[in-house]
Design a protein around this ligand. Structure first.
Ligand SMILES: [Zn+2]
Length: 473
């Protein structure tokens, strides 16, 4: 039976597909909107699902209602550190008025499973659980106990961890687990959300795999002016000063290419050229203009505005103004103003560098008029492209989709990867889904009518299974 996992089927029967679909629908019906989260409901549900397969999962609830679940299956220990299948149980809110289907009914209609979390990220939770089911079933078929005995053919342990609170920073989920039980999560690598999802551009099917994510810094700016009577205007009006500061912050700084993005562009351009697509010339210009000062013009020429914004975000340290407040009454010149900004930092930009960039943009004269307070810092993270896991992920995608062009990808947002990085676990965004031409999957994340195609799942599970099998068997 030693090759049970090695030769495990990498396609999906109709029976197993419907088991996966039903698991996803059940998860969508369990309302885990963060806040308040209530992830414990989903954790308890999955505890039962995995226990039914003979596994002995661990559920933790370090804060009321904020549950996370872990389960481990064992290899024979000859293959090195475990592989971690990471996911989160919480979802963002959904306003039913904008939806075709009730966001928490888990409807199956027109070939899609509809609902909040269908993409972000209960579909991946369901696929990970299905991988654990397959491993447990192979073990039981060999007459062994999947909770304690080595899985036939498996050389590394596989850990499943689906945690609370990712959508609000992970402090009640992955952060707590990393602080309190780092040994539960120690792994050679982790597969997580935000990657491995097909994206068609210029007629080419790209599969961005997240290998890095930007960090963030939240600043509070207190602007000092002088109180006065509205009948006698003055340039010391804090609202006017704040407006000038905000206008300067909105101008993008200098573009910079990180490793992930330079590899990505170098890889994407020849495929677009070969395809002779309309998007090619814009992207070629972009690649050729990777010189500071010229790059932004290249990005603006991209035909697809969402693509242009996304690429711009991953080649700049960005500043987004979230809050401006000033004034008490129309005829009182405000003496103070308040600005809160969300900065997203590229790998290589730390907090002092970001602060220096703000000072450069704002200029000395206005900088002297404010006090700056750093409210929150999260570092950027990067996982190696030359490690054992990344090339394998690309190869698995190519093996399942001959037209696939996998690319490394720097995410402009943060995920739980930032917590895992603290214990040295490199995390890759790899929740494989192959989408139809008009699915627009990424636009559905956190949006109305979030849904995932049954065909996307039919593609996804065998890809995830093969990635696990090849890395661990
Ligand atoms: Zn997510």
């Amino acid at each position: 039976m030693a090759d049970e996992v090695e030769t495990g089927e990498s396609t999906l029967s109709e029976l197993e597909l419907s088991e996966l679909v039903e698991l996803l629908r059940s998860l969508i019906r369990i309302k885990t909107v963060n806040p308040p989260g209530d992830e414990i409901l989903a954790a308890r549900y999955l505890e039962q699902v995995l226990a039914d397969e003979g596994l002995r999962p661990t559920v933790v609830e370090p804060f009321p209602g904020r549950g996370s679940i872990l389960a481990r299956v064992h290899g024979d220990g000859t293959g090195g550190d475990p592989l971690l299948l990471l996911s989160h149980l919480d979802v963002v809110p959904a306003e039913p008025a904008g939806w075709t289907h009730d966001p928490f009914a888990g409807d199956l209609a027109d070939g899609y499973v509809w609902g909040r979390g269908a993409i972000d990220m209960k579909s991946m939770v369901a696929m990970e659980v299905q991988v654990m089911r397959r491993l447990a079933r192979a073990t039981r078929a060999a007459g062994r106990d999947p909770a304690s005995d080595p899985i036939p053919g498996l050389r590394r342990d596989v850990i499943f961890c689906s945690s609370a609170d990712e959508e609000a920073g992970g402090w009640h989920g992955a952060d707590w687990l990393v602080n309190e039980h780092p040994d539960w999560l120690k792994a050679a690598g982790a597969l997580n959300e935000a990657g491995g999802i097909a994206m068609s551009y210029g007629g080419v099917r790209f599969y961005p795999i997240q290998v890095a994510e930007k960090g963030f810094v939240v600043y509070k700016l207190h602007v000092k002016g002088r109180w006065g009577h509205g009948s006698v205007p003055t340039p010391d009006n804090a609202a006017v000063l704040a407006a000038q500061i905000v206008a300067r912050l909105a101008k993008p700084g200098q573009a910079r290419l990180t490793e992930a993005m330079s590899v990505s562009l170098a890889r994407a351009v020849p495929h677009l050229v070969a395809h002779g697509s309309g998007a090619t010339s814009a992207l070629l210009r972009l690649a050729a203009r990777f010189r500071p000062g010229a790059i932004d013009a290249g990005v603006r020429r991209l035909h697809d505005p969402v693509m242009a914004r996304t690429i711009s975000a991953v080649i700049h340290d960005t500043v987004s103004v979230g809050i401006i407040r000033a004034g008490v009454k129309y005829n009182v010149i405000p003496g103070t103003a308040y600005i809160e900004i969300d900065c997203r930092t590229l790998p290589g930009t730390d907090e002092p560098a970001m602060r220096a960039e703000l000072r450069r943009r704002i200029g000395e004269e206005l900088w002297a008029r404010l006090e700056i307070e750093c409210e929150q810092v999260g570092p950027s993270v990067s996982a190696p492209l030359d490690g054992p896991l990344y090339p394998l992920l690309e190869q698995v995608l190519r093996d399942h989709d001959a037209a696939a062009v996998p690319l490394p990808f720097l995410a402009p947002f943060a995920t739980d990867a930032k917590h895992l990085a603290r214990i040295g676990v490199p995390t890759y965004g790899f929740s494989p889904l192959k989408t139809g031409r008009d699915d627009g999957l990424l636009a559905l994340m956190h949006g109305d009518d979030e849904r995932v195609g049954v065909e996307a799942l039919r593609f996804g599970l065998p890809v995830l299974w093969d990635a696990v099998r090849r890395f661990c068997a």
